[in-house]
Structures are given as C-alpha cells and as structure tokens.
Design a protein around this ligand. Sequence first.
Ligand code: SAM
Ligand code: SF4
Length: 331
Amino acid sequence: MRGRKIPLKDAFGRPFRYLRISLTDRCQLACSYCMPERLQMAPRRDLLTYEEILSLLEVFVEDLGVEKVRFTGGEPLLRRGVLDFLHRVRERFPRLPIGITTNGLTLQEHAPALKALNISVNVSLDTLRPERFHALTRREGLERILVGIARAREIGLRLKLNTVLLRGGEEDLLPLVACARDLGVPLRLIEFMPVTTARAFERLFLPEDEARAIIETRYPLVEEGWDGVARMFRGRDDPRIRVGFISTVSRPFCAGCTRLRLTATGRLMLCLFDREGYDLKPLIRPRLDREGLLRWMGRVIRRRPPGFAAMKEEILSDENQPLLTMRQIGG
Ligand code: SAM
Ligand code: SF4
C-alpha cells in the first residue's frame, strides 16, 4: 500500500526527515578542501537516472516520511536536463520543500526557472577576493557568481549564502557579512569537516568561536535561536545582518540529525562520516523493487553511526578516512 509512512528511525531513535540527493559528481570548480585535484569521475551509466531518482523520491516521501529534499553535487546545475527534471519533481510533489545547493556559476541563467519552481537556493561563496577564489577553487569565475547572485536577488529567489570557515579565510569574514547584509540574505558559516582528508583538517579548521569573535570586532551579534542545524544571530546594531553557524565539529548536532544522503551513483549515506555508504542501486535497477527497498531500508538504517563526537578519533586518524570525497557525497 502506497503512502503508509513507515517511521524510519535508527538505533538511536533518530527519524529521517531530510534527504539530500547528489545529481552528479562533476563540477566546474575544483575546491581544494572538497576534492583532490584528480578525482576519478563516475561513468555516466553508473549515475542514477532522473527516472530512478523520481521513483526513489516517491518511496522516500510517500512511504518513509521524508519531508524536505535538497539537490546537490558536484554541481547540480551542471547535469544535462536538470531543469526539466526539477520541473517533474515539482509537478509530482507540489508542496514539498525543495532546495538546491550550487556554486552559483550558472545561477544567472537558472535563477528565473528556479524561482518559478519555488526552489530555494543556497549559494556557496567562500571569498570575495579574486586571488583567493582562484587559490581555493583552482579556477576562475568569482565575477560570474556575483552577477548570478545579484540576478537571483533581483527576481526574488529565496537565497542563502554558505561559507566554509577556513583558516586562511579570516579576512573574508567581515566582507562576506557586509555582502550578505547588502543583499538582504542570511550568511551561514559552516565549520570545515574532516571528510576529504584528516591532514587538511588540522591545517584548515577554523572554529565557530574564533570566527564569531572576528565578526564581532565590527558587527556585534545577538543570538536568535536555531534554524534547522544553524544557530542564528542578528546584528545587534544592524538587524539586516543575519549570520548562522553550522558547527558540526565544535558543537555537533548529531543527536538531532534527521538527514539522509544519496550519492549520484546511488549510495545511501547514513551519515556524512560513513566511509562508503550502502549501494541501493540493486533495489532500483533494472526496476524499482519497492517492497524490497522498504525492507532493505529497515535493515540498513540500524547501522547508522552515532555521529561525529563519538567517531572523532577514528575520523581524524589518517587510516580511517572516508572513501568518498565531499564532492561525491554532496555536502
Ligand atoms: N557544488 C555545489 C556547491 O559548491 O555549493 C554543491 C556541492 S558542495 C560539495 C556543497 C557544499 O559543501 C559547499 O557549500 C561546500 O563548500 C561544502 N563543503 C565541501 N567540502 C566541505 C568540508 N570538508 N567541510 C564543510 N563543507 C564542505
Ligand atoms: Fe565543486 Fe562545490 Fe566541491 Fe567546490 S565545493 S569543488 S563547487 S562541488
């Protein structure tokens, strides 16, 4: 029977409500903290097709109680046919909250369609300095991204800016706060997570407290409460400033985590720090075995790890690195 909503809970009693789906592992940028310079791309035939993703969404939303979906990547707006696909998802789920996370490089072209589909957009932006942008992403494109963001704002797209907190990026914080304020959008600062390499983590990790202290040298903040996993602040002297911190490392929110992730090749990640996830393609290819998938989910879900705090030592030791990079998992 369709729509029976089996409450999916892991061994720690945590439900799943939020599904993040990676549409591709390809990207125009090559952010050093996200991927190694040479990353083997999955062959196209290994990617879930749009048809397959749609049938999975039906099961996750109608049977398993997922209430919100975000498309990510690699760069999701790079996958051929993505707008038609998003159109079909919206048609099938008219009221489902849908978001997309993008590097913003093609936002200018895509913004009107995303607005029409009522899709909210998180744009990742770590710096406003061209030379730093180039050093971080190993590519050009900052100007294009800024034009895309301005266009998106102009037409009233729901937008947030996401910045990864990085040692070496301290100087970027005040300009980014001012930029988000002037655009009238929230800025969310995300602690760097040791997903791609542990060594980079030690070198690059900049904790929330330090970042907040830097911001408060110019813009004192007042705490406002939580928005999902982000602890939100407003400018004390300027309420147009909205800054959120997503601090997986210094204030882990794993106990309340309701996320599931699906990679572009169909691996279900029960946690960002899963080493390689679980392949659900055999349950959907050549055709969806809905009952089989529900049974499989019921079993797999119990293997969900407790989260970052309990696994920190293991995660930070070189030998136990995840086998997938952030670009494959989707952040
Ligand atoms: N290409 C799109 C983008 O950049 O927004 C979507 C995919 S990207 C993997 C999603 C988000 O993950 C980006 O905001 C990126 O900055 C973030 N990210 C990548 N590696 C990270 C890490 N090690 N720790 C924290 N965030 C990371
Ligand atoms: Fe591409 Fe996003 Fe990873 Fe940068 S963070 S390499 S834009 S997937």
